[in-house]
Design a binder for this molecule. Structure first.
Ligand SMILES: N[C@@H](CCC(=O)N[C@@H](CS)C(=O)NCC(=O)O)C(=O)O
Length: 284
C-alpha cells in the first residue's frame, strides 16, 4: 500500500510536506482534504488524525500528524539527501532551532495577515479596522526581521551553504500573506534573494505548482460560492476569532450563530457596525 499524504495546498505545512515528498521522489498517494469544506471534521479523516488538521500521513497501519514530525519521518525513512537535515550536530541544531521557533512567530503572524487581509473581509463582508491590521503587520515585520537578522544573517540558507528543512518550512509560511496580497519581499532585498535561492533549489515549477492555490486565493475569493462562505462562519467564529483576537467567542453568541448560520454576524451585532465593534461584541 503506498504512503498516503492528506493535504490541502492552501495550508502552509501541507505545502512543505508536499514539496519535500515531490522533490525527493517519494512515492505517495495525494489524499485531498478540502479545509474550506470542513472535510477535516469527517469521520474517515478522524481515523487518520484525531487532531483534525492537515497534513497527516498513513503509512501502512501507521498514522502520523504534525508537519515537522512528518518531514523528519520522511527524512529517515527515505534517506533523503543530507542537506535537508544535516548530520553535523551543530548544523542540525540550527535547523531544529528554526523549526522550533517558527511555530510561534512567522507561522502565527503570517497566517494572521492572511485572515485579516483576505478571509475575514471576504467572509464577513467588511474590512478589518486599521489598528488591528497595523498591529498584525508590526508582528509580522518583527518576525521577518528576526528571520533575516538572527536566522539567515549573511548565509545563503538558514543552516549555511545548503537548503534545509528550515528554509522549506520558512518559505511556505512566508508565502501565506503573499497569497492575501501583501508583498512581504518589497524593500527586503536579503529576503528576496533568499526566496529566489530557495525557489531555485526546490525547482521553479514545483515551487509554483505548490503555491498555485494560495497565490490564486484572492481571485478564488471573488468567485467563491456564498453558501460555502455561510458554512464557514461558525468555524471562523470558533477557530479564527480566538486565534486572531486572542479571546473565545462567548458560548451564547456561538450558539446563536449555529442556530441560524444565514443570519451570522447580523444576529450578534446590529448591521452597520464596524468589525472592531463586532469583534469586541463577539469576544465579549
Ligand atoms: N502544527 C501543525 C499545524 C497543522 C494545521 O494547523 N493545519 C491547519 C491548516 S494550515 C488545519 O488543518 N486546520 C484545520 C482546522 O483547524 O480545522 C503542523 O505543523 O502540521
Amino acid at each position: 500500500m503506498p504512503l498516503e499524504i492528506y493535504l490541502d495546498l492552501f495550508s502552509q505545512p501541507c505545502r512543505s510536506v508536499y514539496i519535500f515528498a515531490k522533490k525527493n521522489n517519494i512515492p505517495f498517494e495525494f489524499k485531498k482534504i478540502t479545509l474550506f469544506e470542513g472535510e477535516q471534521y469527517g469521520e474517515e479523516f478522524g481515523k487518520i488524525n484525531i487532531l483534525r488538521k492537515v497534513p497527516a500521513i498513513k503509512d501502512g497501519d501507521f498514522t502520523l500528524a504534525e508537519s515537522i514530525a512528518i518531514l523528519l519521518y520522511l527524512v529517515e525513512k527515505y534517506g533523503t539527501p543530507e542537506h535537508w537535515f544535516p548530520t553535523d550536530l551543530q548544523t542540525r541544531a540550527r535547523v531544529m532551532e528554526y523549526l522550533s521557533w517558527q511555530h510561534g512567530a512567522i507561522r502565527i503572524h503570517g497566517s494572521k495577515i492572511f485572515w485579516l487581509k483576505l478571509m475575514i473581509p471576504k467572509v464577513f463582508g467588511t474590512e478589518v479596522p486599521k489598528e488591528k491590521m497595523d498591529s498584525a503587520m508590526e508582528e509580522l515585520n518583527g518576525s521577518l526581521q528576526l528571520l533575516e537578522e538572527k536566522f539567515l544573517q549573511d548565509k545563503p540558507f538558514i543552516a549555511g551553504q545548503k537548503i534545509s528543512l528550515a528554509d522549506l518550512v520558512a518559505i511556505v509560511e512566508i508565502m501565506q500573506p503573499v497569497g492575501a496580497g501583501l508583498d512581504v519581499f518589497k524593500d527586503r532585498p536579503k529576503l528576496n534573494a533568499w526566496r529566489d535561492r530557495v525557489r531555485a533549489e526546490i525547482g521553479n515549477d514545483l515551487f509554483d505548482e505548490a503555491h498555485q492555490n494560495i497565490l490564486g486565493a484572492q481571485d478564488m475569493a471573488k468567485y467563491v460560492d456564498s453558501s460555502k462562505l455561510e458554512k464557514l462562519k461558525p468555524r471562523i467564529l470558533k477557530l479564527m476569532i480566538p486565534k486572531v483576537f486572542g479571546k473565545e467567542v462567548p458560548k451564547e453568541k456561538m450558539d446563536s450563530v449555529l442556530q441560524d448560520v444565514n443570519g451570522s454576524l447580523q444576529l450578534l451585532v446590529p448591521p452597520g457596525q464596524a468589525l472592531h465593534c463586532r469583534a469586541e461584541n463577539l469576544t465579549g
